[in-house]
Structure formats: structure tokens, C-alpha cells
Design a binder for this molecule. Structure first.
Ligand code: 13P
Length: 339
């Protein structure tokens, strides 16, 4: 393990103005996204869509890393340049989703645990050869208003995250550690804070026990936010304050960066929340984004699978990258959305 190299890569991904594009939708997930624009999920459509994203001019100013799915890591542009090579040439670090999805946790109805550890050491070696310098593993923490998640479910997910992270560091790949407390449901922001706190505490306990070096990871948490069905939605300031309070308590200062997931927030809300956190003063870690839907929803809506809309869709993508790049430095304003 070369810890200096891991640190350099982690810092490069969250350099000033920069964050991560999560474009690692698995085949079933990208099918859902394409369904929303009535586009068939063929391999060529998936390739063309990723090409649209990765060739957008100017995004390298705001995008430090892109997370790819296995299929995409092996695809090329129309002129035959492998996607990881295209990204690296533009100064964007290529990464890879390595988990195999969240499956029901036996004996714990309503909870899930992420699979994908078996054979991971060999897969990481191959991904490294294909150009991936960082990886992602998503743990899904289901939440309700009373007894989900169980402590057992939290520990099972944290343990798997830590095993994954240790294997990544062994292979000189920066692990993005993603424990996602879902936004689904009617729970309020206080309940989200309690659960997120517990999850982060357990995740760092497990990372430490697995001898993961904190300087060589990135954390990808949810924001502390009320469930989508909660009648009382918290203000932007409340979300920013609760999230920062939680992270300050549980995330060691050695971690180079926190890159939030958007989790189903609107593109504008995700940007606004990130901005508010970055206006709250200097934090021990970089506070940035690793958005999937919040970067891509407007792009898909503009593209709709039509070649004629390719340039328009790239414009929409550049706009979201830029606004999140500004929010990541705390200089975004909601009025900029109209420009
Ligand atoms: P969203 O920003 O759409 O939540 O996706 C981020 C991600 O990579 C989830 O694993």
C-alpha cells in the first residue's frame, strides 16, 4: 500500500471547486433512468449517454473524479478512446463501483446488506489495470420512525464497508466509503440525525479495526434531512447545521474529503444544501459532492435520447457541474439557476 499515493489521489478528486460525478448506475438503475425519457436501455444508448457526459467541454474545472460502472469502464468513445483514458487525459480521475448491490438482510425484515466482497481482491487488480484509481461501495441503511435500522444491521453494513476499504487500500485504490441513510419515509430530521450519527460512529470504529488509513479514503454520506414523506421539511439552514454537527462529531479530521450523495433531492436543493455547508466556515475536511441524480436529471430531461439535443444536454450538464463547483466553495446563489 502506498499511502502517499492514496492521499494524492483523494486530494486531487476534491481539489478546490471540484467534486465527483456518480455515473455508475448499474444496468437495472440506468434502465429506470432511461425509462423516464422513454429510451430503450441498449448498450449503445448507454455508451452514447456516458460519452455525452464525459466529453462535455469545461467540466474538468468542476469534476475531479467520475465513478463508472463495470460496463462503462470497458467502453470507448466513438473514435475508440477508452473512457478511463479520455477522463485521465482531461485531468479527471476514473473510479469504479465495485459493490454488487444491497440485498435483504436475512432474519432482519426491512433491512439490507451490500454484497460483493467475494473475489473483490482479484476484481480490484483488474480494475486497477483498466485505469481505475478509486472505487465506491454503497451501504444502504433503511430507516423508519422507530426500530429500523437495528444495531445488527448497522454493524453488518459497516463491517462490509470496512472490509471493502481495506482491500482497496491494499490494491492502491482510494475507497469511497458510502453509508447511505435513505431519505424515503416519514421520519423527521431529528430521527435522521440520530441514525446517521450511529451509522458514522460504527463505520469509523470498523474502519479503524480493519486498519484502514483515514488519510486515504473519501466519505460519501447522506445529508441529515427529513424523510420525503415527513410533513415538516427542514430549511436549508437546518439541514446544513444538522449535517455539519453530525459530521464534526463522528468524522476524523484526517479524512481528506466528504462528498455527499444527493439521494433523491432536487438538483437545486442538493446544490443549495452543499453551498450552505460551505458558508459555515472552514471545516477539517473538504466538503463537496458526489451526485448522481442531482447532476444528471436535467441532462436526461434535455437529451431524451435525441442526437439533435446532444449539445443542449451538454449545456445542462455543464451548468450543474459549474453550480455545484461554486457551491462546493460556498459562492453559489439560488438566482444563478435562472442564468
Ligand atoms: P445520487 O446522488 O443520485 O443519490 O447517487 C449517488 C450515488 O452514487 C449513490 O450510490
Amino acid at each position: 500500500m502506498n499511502i502517499d499515493q492514496l492521499k494524492v489521489v483523494a486530494q486531487q478528486i476534491v481539489a478546490p471547486q471540484k467534486g465527483v460525478l456518480a455515473a455508475d448506475e448499474s444496468s437495472p438503475t440506468i434502465k429506470k433512468r432511461f425509462d423516464s425519457i422513454n429510451l430503450e436501455s441498449t448498450e449503445e444508448h448507454r455508451r452514447r449517454y456516458r460519452e455525452l457526459l464525459f466529453t462535455t467541454e469545461g467540466i474538468e474545472q468542476y469534476v475531479g473524479g467520475v465513478i463508472l460502472f463495470d460496463e462503462t469502464l470497458r467502453q470507448t468513445t466513438r473514435d475508440g478512446t477508452p473512457f478511463p483514458e479520455l477522463l485521465s487525459r482531461r485531468g479527471i480521475v476514473p473510479g469504479i463501483k465495485v459493490d454488487k448491490g444491497a440485498k435483504p438482510l436475512a432474519q432482519y425484515p426491512g433491512e439490507r446488506v451490500t454484497e460483493g466482497l467475494d473475489g473483490l481482491r482479484d476484481r480490484l487488480a483488474e480494475y486497477r489495470q483498466l485505469g481505475a484509481k478509486f472505487a465506491k461501495w454503497r451501504a444502504v441503511i433503511d430507516i423508519d420512525e422507530d426500530d429500523i435500522p437495528s444495531q445488527f444491521g448497522v454493524v453488518a453494513n459497516a463491517h462490509a464497508l470496512a472490509r471493502y476499504a481495506a482491500l482497496c487500500q491494499e490494491a492502491d485504490i482510494v475507497p469511497i466509503v458510502e453509508p447511505e441513510v435513505l431519505m424515503d419515509g416519514g421520519h423527521d430530521i431529528a430521527r435522521c440525525e440520530v441514525v446517521t450519527s450511529n451509522v458514522l460512529e460504527e463505520v469509523f470504529t470498523q474502519l479503524d479495526a480493519h486498519r484502514v488509513v483515514f488519510d486515504g479514503i473519501l466519505l460519501k454520506p447522506n445529508m441529515v434531512i427529513a424523510g420525503k414523506k415527513c410533513p415538516r421539511q427542514a430549511s436549508v439552514e437546518e439541514v446544513a447545521e444538522a449535517t455539519m454537527r453530525c459530521l464534526n462529531r463522528y468524522v476524523p479530521a484526517a479524512v481528506p474529503g466528504i462528498v455527499f450523495l444527493s439521494g433523491g433531492q432536487s438538483a437545486e436543493d442538493a446544490t443549495d444544501h452543499l453551498n450552505a455547508m460551505n458558508t459555515m466556515g472552514v471545516h477539517p475536511w473538504q466538503v463537496s459532492f458526489s451526485y448522481g441524480r442531482a447532476l444528471q436529471a436535467p441532462v436526461l430531461a434535455a437529451w431524451k435520447g435525441q442526437e439533435a439535443s446532444f449539445a443542449e444536454a451538454q449545456k445542462a450538464f455543464f451548468k450543474r457541474c459549474k453550480l455545484n463547483g461554486l457551491a462546493r466553495d460556498g459562492v453559489y446563489e439560488r438566482e444563478m439557476e435562472a442564468a
